[in-house]
Design a protein around this ligand. Sequence first.
Ligand SMILES: Nc1ncnc2c1ncn2[C@@H]1O[C@H](COP(=O)(O)OP(=O)(O)OP(=O)(O)O)[C@@H](O)[C@H]1O
Length: 340
Amino acid sequence: MITGTAITKTFKQRGNVLGKREVPALRGVDFAIEKGGAVSFIGESGCGKTTLGRIIAGLETYDSGEIVIDGVAMSGLSHRHRQPYFRRIQLIHQDPYSALNPTRTIHQTLEAPLRLRARQTGRPRSWVDARAEELLALVGIDPGYVLPRYPHQLSGGMRQRVVIARALTMDPDVLVADEAVSMIDVSLRLGILSLLRDLRERLGVSVLFITHDIATARYIGDEGELYVIYRGQVVERGLTETIIADPVHPYTQSLLSAIPVLHGLERPGAEQVVPTEALDEAQADGGCLFTRRCPFSTARCETERPVLGHDGGESGEDTEQLHACFHPRRRSVIPQGVHV
Ligand SMILES: Nc1ncnc2c1ncn2[C@@H]1O[C@H](COP(=O)(O)OP(=O)(O)OP(=O)(O)O)[C@@H](O)[C@H]1O
């Protein structure tokens, strides 16, 4: 089990003549990934989901907060002592082209981490080749065909399966899949998503899925948890199915409104949630981060920032669905520009 509490991260970016500009990528995020669970982070570009995934995989530092892996707080450990914990969390890169070294055969690609793993676990050298074959079979490709080949000789789908097999060489407890299907052909995406589901069932590995697409989040984690992230803050969190069926935060409603539904099926009296241009970072920093885009914003939203929780709502529901909104409510939303 991995938990994160109040994780913050601010990047300094090159700004104008006045100097560097601070970009708050994460503003106090809590998360929990259970063994064998499926968790999805969803939000639009720049909301901080990749940064959070990289922090969880031990590839990015954070400014404050705490990550606890199997009961051990990472802040109390030196970099060297943290490594064995983060080894259990493996990132699957979104781009299988750049993730694989073009000058190495798939055999060489898998051999290096497997030799390391053999040393770590006291296994003989002969185990390495057998394990490479086993892992490729597990991800659904023929080892005999793939092992002697170079990445450019494989299809995008096969390359992504090799990337997943390489992540499995470290016997991870968690696979972090960051937009794992966005760069492969649409026809092959479902196969990769089913593979990730299958690995959860067969190996008991948890999957953390990072995406901007609610349909893939739904496919990968239909019994899992969804975190909706807006400008570095989790604005809604709960069971994926519950949130998709009944989003209460206006931002989640706007994300869901992007999924086409048949014109004429909206409930009468539907209110619109219209996503508009992203805001300047300085705007709305005192109040709710979504207030300038939100058609339901009130004076309170302008000055006070809602925190993630059950309270403060008009929804009156007592569920595990958390939200950061002063006026959460079930609203039916008309998708923009969709007329069937
Ligand atoms: N290494 C970095 N240096 C400076 N700023 C960064 C860095 N990495 C991320 N950021 C900034 O932090 C914010 C969050 O970025 P992040 O990549 O986590 O968002 P994201 O939701 O994953 O977006 P995308 O889907 O486009 O990858 C953005 O404003 C981004 O420009």
